[in-house]
Design a binder for this molecule. Sequence first.
Ligand code: HSE
Length: 346
Amino acid sequence: MTTPVTTCRVILIGFGAVGHGFATILAQHGERLRRQSGIDIRIVAVATHSRGAVIDPAGIDLAGLLASAGHAGGLAALPGATRLAPTDIIRTTPAEVVVEATWTDLATGEPAISHIRAAFAAGMHAITVNKGPAALALQALRAEAAACGRHFGFEGTVMAGTPSLRLALEGLQGCAIHEVRGIVNGTTNFILSQMERGMDYATALAEAQRLGYAEADPTGDVEGFDAAGKAAILANALLGAALRPADVARQGISQITAADVAAAAAAGERWRLIARVWRDADQVRAAVAPTRLAQSHPLAGVTGATNALTISTDLLGDVTLIGPGAGGVATGFAIVSDILALYRNR
Ligand code: HSE
């Protein structure tokens, strides 16, 4: 007996490292995903703000799409190229899911929040890997999704495709969570790890950018804004808070020098940028700060763009998850994971 296949048509907004990673997964593993899950994921439109857009209602040819990333003409050279703006494409292209993968703006959440609202208005589910909407408007967007019977997925906003939010929200459902702490920014962890190996700060940052870990403006990473945004998401999604990124006490790693790294090593310690959210009486607090940890501490052994979170609960004690926290394919997998969850939970 063959499993019936459901087609999931996706409008992808943004085609940077994550959009490219998502398309790569579908190109290389789409057939296996279809066999395993019974879901045939097809990208029917890709829309960007500066590099054009393309629509094919039958599913865009992925090889051509992926090759376009290296061409100066971008998407404009592909069959089905259009000048329509992202919100017009959402309004006029039949699809089940809108994936929001544009740049993160932690001050306004735009244009991503508008893309997500356009998806709900068009009767589609929305999945974001963009941290802006989840950090600034999580409860509102969840309510708007529920009001129109759609789903709002945001797994990829913390720890990329490593299922941190799903672990806490589904696997640990029934436990009370009172604290979450760990490493949630891949770029800074990569930089600190490379500095421990003798690389200078600027070279390590350039390497993190080349590998697709860093934000479009890496100030967001090194000054702790990205980690603060993720701390707000963790506080709001897991501890029921209503914090904004600006409410998170924040310090980045840009002031940490090679001498600081060497001094920590001489003392048997390592620097890590630690994000922490916790209950304090009837309030939820959040902080991000570089912290010296003994080399024997489990978080000190987490290197490169890998992330780690320890979730402290009443019934299980501490549960720790370690896995990729940045990168195109690692975050592209979060989109796949949210799409499969959407059909599994229906
Ligand atoms: N710039 C982010 C990081 C990307 O380095 O962790 C993943 O959210």
